[in-house]
Design a protein around this ligand. Sequence first.
Ligand SMILES: Cc1cc2nc3c(=O)[nH]c(=O)nc-3n(C[C@H](O)[C@H](O)[C@H](O)COP(=O)(O)OP(=O)(O)OC[C@H]3O[C@@H](n4cnc5c(N)ncnc54)[C@H](O)[C@@H]3O)c2cc1C
Length: 479
Amino acid sequence: MKVPVQDRHIVQLARLVSGPRSILYKKADLAAYDCDGFTVQKHLPKAVVFPKNTEEVAAVVKYCSENGLPFLARGAGTGLSGGAIPINGEVIISLTRMKRLLSVDLENRRAVVEPGFINLKLTNAVSDKEYYYAPDPSSQYCCTIGGNVAENAGGAHCLKYGVTTNHILGLEVVLPNGEIIEIGKNGIPDAPGYDLLGLLTGSEGTLGIVTKITVRILKNPEAKQTVLAYFDNIEDGSQAVSDIISAGIVPAALEMMDQIAIEGVEAAAFPVGHPKDIEAVLLIEVDGIKAGIQEQIDQILEVCKKRNVREVRAARNEEERERWWANRKTGFGAMGAISHDYLVQDGVIPRSKLPEVLRRIHKISKDSGLRIANIFHAGDGNLHPLVLFDSRIPGETERAIKVGSACLKVCADAGGTITGEHGVGIEKREEMRFVFKDEEISAQTDIRKVFNPDNLLNAGKLFPTPGKCAEMKQELKKA
Ligand SMILES: Cc1cc2nc3c(=O)[nH]c(=O)nc-3n(C[C@H](O)[C@H](O)[C@H](O)COP(=O)(O)OP(=O)(O)OC[C@H]3O[C@@H](n4cnc5c(N)ncnc54)[C@H](O)[C@@H]3O)c2cc1C
């Protein structure tokens, strides 16, 4: 593509990507790429390129690397921790034009996709043969599988089936110097040598750019049943979660929403008529062979009864089940119906600590004066406190960020960690110190140096800024 500009890098980059509108460089166009789902920081990229194949990705990467230009990969831009934000004025390599389903091999239960392929489209593509792709982030209708690999995405059904890393069999990766490598050749896992699949999955786009992915696909379960369980008291609801798992039952999904979250989802696009005066609802799904479904449900209801459940509803048909899931899965966006802005947090805790941690988060909310809604993968102990705020009020954004960080500290102190699925990005860099010693952080940044020695690929993400440790400790003392 020819571009009428003086900047020699833009002219050269435009030559490396084929087809019309394969590079954006005007300020007005770049504005759409100044942030991802973490909207509290915005930075313009130098340019956005749209390669069509691995060779074009490699050519752009090689050019950036040889000319000292910072660069990063971007999928759908739904990331919630700022991983795709160009904080160094990066060249953004958008993978959205590499969106083909390359092959489906039902016999060996695997499929090969390009990185810009949308998560939900994979299940849609194989559902007529009664197969599906298990990792189901709530953003699955628009996020890419490349982005899922980078963030090691989770989802409601990952409680029973595992997160993205458990479903990745092979990757093609463009290294930061432009070389192309294959990991997990022919989709065969457990190859000799280091587990590079495990290392690359969840590396937040800091070690290489994924250009092809071999994934595992699963056969649909024979039957499933979905129920809603309403609790007057949030402690009872969260104790029920812990009791269900410790009784040895592993539902396919075990999700929870608190009263503020219910207010939001009922005011948004998919209300389902949750009672407004309850403190917690559990959305529970079990699946497996038909003969065992009712037994699993009965066991779960027994546990819920012991925890004073007020009411239980079972989905009467697939339409109702789908609506309940839409109500839950659009839960983050639904907060827009009750708050001007919201910040999504993503802590993990041991399930047995749920009642205590929710109590502490409630106290943070009370002390700060900011409402916090909780929508989360309760069975995994993966909390999502949503801090509601109004960015139009001076200082409130900064306050919301501090409140979010305080919630993560509570999770870390409870023996958990600071992210379950959304990644660290720029948002939680400093919070990495809640869970890692300096030596442990160095061991990880040393790995980054091996892959990304010039630190041109997605610099400034995932790890804390050196030297900020003392500052951070003082902040924490004040809080
Ligand atoms: C409403 C909503 C609900 C969500 N629910 C969930 C949920 O349930 N579970 C969950 O895990 N997440 C959830 N997310 C977060 C987000 O959707 C996931 O992190 C998703 O995996 C990001 O995919 P993406 O294509 O948007 O990636 P992007 O946001 O474009 O990028 C994310 C990171 O991946 C890197 N990256 C992208 N593509 C590549 C590639 N091909 N190679 C190397 N690096 C790459 C980027 O550099 C960046 O660091 C939610 C987000 C929203 C907005």
